[in-house]
Design a protein around this ligand. Structure first.
Ligand code: EPZ
Length: 422
């Protein structure tokens, strides 16, 4: 177990390179087993969620050759089992993608109900609805999902919730089905498009990813490919919020500005300067200035991402005036607020956990805080770096699930942050 020791109050300057998108890489790793040929994945983020999923596919027999921290070769030809051990599944939510991939590849799957950040109920009804529409028999049995199908047949389905996970999982199950599958009401996040592009590079025929409806034209088999993962929209947004809170002048390299539009426009609205170029954004916030208050409502893409909600709240904590932050995607994603209150933040969370009112204060002070989940960990780090004085953050293994070398990248920007064993 490790902790962050942070001495805040220092503006940050310099350059940071954004890594590959964790939530694209997880779907792509699962999709890679759909062929018996070798797949090479580049720009892989070296974070614990990725490493757990690679272990999970290795545990069912896939050949996994980690060429480097950011490149892996996967071959699904050697897979011998459809039973994914709960040891891996309990650790990460994305293990549920092995359901769709194993249904697609072998017509059978037995995967324990997934773990993942505790930010709401996170049911899987839409995943199962999609599988059943393809003719799959699915049962929830002692905390696992058993799925079996004789013959996968494409069909037309309408999701009740624009679920990222269900959209990707159904694509994985449908890509080798007979005939055409139309999925309406799908999620449109950049990582959905990346998984679809990856599958198409393997010979799949998927159209409409990034729109409200995805068409999957079933193919006989898929072939090997070499594919590079898109930059991580949420890692980039996190560093943008970091500068807004700590002040300074930082250029982010290896980003896709289009994916950051909702974050950029929100930061511009509150008075932070953001300059875009092809693959970079430069964020400038003058020391001694306070951001303006605003209203934030999380939404599915291209709306403001729920995975950026804790981070923008940490920025608005010291805004001029009161802000409203509404969480429309998950039922309980404000658990980090009680930690921010230890620093002197003045934030009232609504009884039903649907929103909070952030009363901007001039400054906050360092505190000892416990991290409840991945993006909350990023937010508490931002708050501690903006605060006056010393903070100790426990539970940074949450952060390491989704951010590679987070403390190293921060130190390179001038942050006073150390990772120490407890
Ligand atoms: C993915 O989770 C991401 N995780 C989450 O990121 C992200 O917050 C979320 O999408 C929304 O963008 C991965 O990609 C591994 P959903 P997922 O299915 O797929 C409800 C991070 O920090 N729902 O889009 O679990 C659900 O309860 C993580 O990187 C159903 O009702 O999210 C939620 O309220 C945290 N039934 C809403 O939909 C279902 O069958 C959105 O969930 C599925 C979901």
């Amino acid at each position: 177990m490790n902790q962050y020791i942070i001495n805040g109050g220092k503006p940050l300057y310099g350059d940071v390179t954004i890594g590959g998108a964790k939530n694209a890489a997880l779907g792509i790793i699962a999709a890679a087993i759909l062929t018996d040929e070798t797949v090479t994945i580049e720009n892989l983020p070296n974070v614990s969620d990725i490493n757990v999923l690679l272990e999970a596919i290795r545990s069912i027999g896939a050949t996994v050759d980690r060429v480097s921290d950011h490149e892996v070769k996967i071959c699904g030809a050697t897979i011998t089992s459809e039973v994914v051990d709960s040891e891996y599944v309990q650790k990460i939510r994305a293990s549920y993608y092995l359901l769709g991939a194993l249904i697609g590849k072998r017509g059978k799957a037995h995967v324990a109900m997934p773990g993942g950040c505790e930010i709401g109920a996170r049911p899987m009804d839409q995943h199962l609805k999609g599988f059943r529409a393809l003719g799959v028999k699915c049962e929830e049995l002692d905390g696992s999902i058993e799925a079996e199908v004789e013959h996968l047949k494409g069909s037309h389905m309408v999701l009740d919730v624009s679920s990222v996970g269900a959209t990707i999982n159904i694509m994985l199950a449908a890509v080798l089905a007979e005939g055409t599958t139309v999925i309406e009401g799908v999620a449109k996040e950049p990582h959905i498009v990346d998984v679809a592009n990856f599958l198409n590079s393997m010979g799949a025929k998927i159209r409409g990813a990034g729109t409200n409806a995805i068409r999957v034209y079933g193919t006989e088999k898929l072939h090997g490919t070499t594919y590079s993962i898109i930059p991580d929209q949420i890692e980039a947004g996190t560093f943008m919020c970091l500068v807004a809170a700590t002040k300074g002048d930082v250029t982010l390299h290896n980003v896709i500005p289009k994916h950051l539009e909702s974050i950029t426009s929100k930061l511009l609205e509150i008075g932070v300067n953001v300059e875009e170029s092809d693959e970079e954004v430069r964020v400038v916030a003058l020391p001694g200035t306070r951001v303006r208050s605003t209203r934030v409502q999380t939404n599915v893409y291209p709306g403001f991402p729920t995975d950026m909600q804790p981070q923008i709240t940490a920025v608005l904590m010291c805004a001029q005036g009161n802000s409203d932050v509404t969480e429309s995607i998950f039922e309980s994603r404000f658990r980090y607020v009680e930690q921010l209150r230890k620093m002197g933040a003045s934030i009232d969370v609504k009884e039903d956990q649907s929103s909070c009112k952030v009363h901007g204060v001039a400054a906050v002070t360092g505190a000892d805080m416990d991290i409840p989940d991945l993006r909350a960990g990023a937010a508490l780090t931002i708050a501690a770096l903006a605060a006056e004085g010393r903070s100790v953050l426990s539970g940074i293994e949450y952060i390491e699930r989704g951010y590679e070398d987070f403390d190293l990248k921060l130190r390179e920007l001038g942050a006073d942050i150390e990772k120490v064993p407890v």
